[in-house]
Design a protein around this ligand. Sequence first.
Ligand SMILES: NC(=O)c1ccc[n+]([C@@H]2O[C@H](COP(=O)([O-])OP(=O)(O)OC[C@H]3O[C@@H](n4cnc5c(N)ncnc54)[C@H](OP(=O)(O)O)[C@@H]3O)[C@@H](O)[C@H]2O)c1
Length: 432
Amino acid sequence: MRLKTLVVAAAGRSFFAPGGAFVLRPGRKPWAFLLQGRCHAQNPFNRLTTHRVVRTESETFPGSEWIVDAPDYEPQMRHALSLAARGRGWVEPNPMVGAVVLDPDGQAVGEGWHQKFGEPHAEVHAFVQAGERAKGGTLVVTLEPCCHWGKTPPCTDAVLRSGVRRVVTAMADPFPRVAGGGVQLLRTAGLEVDVGLCEPEARQLNAAYLKLLRTGRPWVHLKWAMTLDGKLATRTGDSKWISGEVSRRTVHDLRGRVDAILVGRGTVVTDDPLLTARPPGPRIPARVVLTRSGELPDRCQLRATAREFPVIVWTAAGNEPKLAGWAADGCEVIPLPTGDAGLSVDAVLAELGRRRMTHVLVEGGAAIHGAFLDARAADEFHVFVAPKLSGGAAGLTPVGGNGVARMSESLPLAGFTATPSGEDVYLHGYRV
Ligand SMILES: NC(=O)c1ccc[n+]([C@@H]2O[C@H](COP(=O)([O-])OP(=O)(O)OC[C@H]3O[C@@H](n4cnc5c(N)ncnc54)[C@H](OP(=O)(O)O)[C@@H]3O)[C@@H](O)[C@H]2O)c1
């Protein structure tokens, strides 16, 4: 990281902003003030650039010495992250990536994001927009540029051709054919490359991609709707409808961005769900059913539509003959060796991961939620709470399974939010 020293000078009252101090850089005489850990400096060309304070010798001024890395590309990186997010659902199993190209004066002259699997990467779109103005400038990109031939040429070629002198990237790409090779190649070619700006945000954005690479398992979303008194269904098993229209739209949007929607036999029998995204989203999710017994109804929506939208049924080895009709109607039936317990959640996820599925949405019911929670296999939670009470000790609660013995063993959530969703409340969080 290149460091420059700024010395606090002449911090007169007129130069004082709340939480900030003006500083003077020897030689070029720009001024700057510190505000919320960032340093805004005006250079001799009267352009405001942003620098990040990485260390100060004293928190008070005047007379302090400030050490900042220069310049700071955090605003551009945050913008690149927001561009990257536009690819959600379109690019998987690739990562979402966004890029901004700055000219030598720090002006944004190009931006782009990876828009669709198999199509050009973010950097390529940004360089096309920037054209000649990229020469001598900087590429700000949310993931290390790739250095291998995949479905498209290596992005490092495009970086070198563009003429930028500096690359700022949020994180290295752990994809085995990249894994630091892109950064290395660019540094060897003489470019200045910084890695790590906004890395936590970049990791959060591509958490599913990173999990699939690390573990071979997809990212698992658990979703349910419940009444205010915590019921998934009434004592008769009826659950249509708990949540309102706005919440159901959110769920359909989520469905259209995942690779698979998974339910247990109980939900197929009771609800006869279709499990499609309506309206359709960027992906067509496979519909997955887990049934150890293989006792699925002969007539139901899943089976009837299996030739339009894929259906995969996992069952205990030996029970496949019970599902011969399902197989004949176009469903894939996969046997799994099993004992008395239900089907192994991990074995199912390993197979979905082998098929390069990045996101799986688990939509119930209680026993299946419990199995995923007991296996500590859930990564993200979407819960819709409706302003109604159905009561009854026999009414199902959302999560069955064994659960934990002590409250201290419960699964804590991070990034927990509660948002109004029509008349409901949408609770959302991640496994820590
Ligand atoms: N409010 C909501 O958001 C919502 C969503 C979905 C469902 N529901 C409601 O939930 C109810 C159904 O829930 P449920 O708990 O009865 O059934 P379920 O969770 O849908 O299905 C349970 C079945 O899944 C199979 N299974 C396979 N592997 C398993 C494993 N490892 N662990 C547990 N089960 C495994 C078993 O089938 P085999 O017996 O064949 O082995 C088991 O009986 C319905 O009333 C439905 O309306 C509500």
